[in-house]
Design a protein around this ligand. Structure first.
Ligand SMILES: CC(C)(COP(=O)(O)OP(=O)(O)OC[C@H]1O[C@@H](n2cnc3c(N)ncnc32)[C@H](O)[C@@H]1OP(=O)(O)O)[C@@H](O)C(=O)NCCC(=O)NCCS
Length: 179
């Protein structure tokens, strides 16, 4: 389950407590930079950084005036430097007549910069995103964890659900995979 806010606050008494806010299109270049760091931290980049950042900035700027589909939160220190981020995509379900919520949520690009990790910023970001999902009345929040992040999600209430099926249509070629 989520850690109580008091515990998170305690973890930040000795250090600067981050400000978490909804990102806007004005943050797109910063978020594209974080996105590049996040993804190339997991697998080697295959496109030049500058080209990627330009394309990603444009993509994010078009989606960040708080549309119904995408929301993004940004954690910053008092100097306004970006420390981490999380994105949520809201997915409509078809109308149903049995009283179920008609929205799912997908958590993605959850990232805290290496120097800021381990102090609860990730938990604050994730808790903020999950509160927004609850507020919008979502049915299920889903994501694909990395092996190291699994325990963090479990502390926020995520469980493995047997019965879900996944058809993977693309896989990174073996020669590009990290050893
Ligand atoms: C996952 C991540 C956002 C957590 O940020 P954070 O500010 O360190 O989070 P918190 O301090 O609230 O929680 C720390 C927890 O993160 C998890 N964690 C620790 N190192 C991690 C790492 N390198 N990668 C992913 N998760 C990690 C652990 O569950 C840890 O809890 P523990 O110390 O009790 O084991 C951050 O580690 C990160 O950006 N990792 C790389 C990107 C990534 O893996 N994102 C998740 C993709 S599904």
């Amino acid at each position: 389950m989520s850690q109580p806010q008091s515990m998170l606050e305690e973890r930040h008494t000795a250090q600067q407590r981050p400000q978490v806010r909804l990102a806007t299109d004005a943050d797109a270049a910063t978020l594209a930079h974080l996105r590049y760091e996040f993804r190339t931290g997991l697998a080697p980049g295959v496109t030049p950084e500058s080209g990627f950042r330009e394309r990603c900035t444009e993509w994010m700027a078009a989606r960040l005036p708080w549309t119904d589909v995408w929301r993004c939160w940004l954690a910053e220190n008092d100097a306004g430097e970006a420390l981490g981020t999380v994105w949520v995509q809201f997915l409509e379900k078809l109308p149903n007549p049995v009283g179920e919520p008609e929205l799912h949520a997908y958590v993605t690009s959850f990232y805290v910069r290496p120097a800021a990790r381990g102090g609860g910023i990730g938990s604050i970001l994730l808790g903020t995103a999950l509160a927004a999902c609850a507020e919008r009345g979502c049915d299920t929040v889903f994501l694909w964890p990395t092996p190291l992040s699994r325990s963090l999600y479990q502390r926020h209430g995520f469980t493995e659900r047997s019965g879900a099926l996944e058809l993977k249509l693309w896989a990174r070629p073996a020669e590009e995979q990290s050893p």
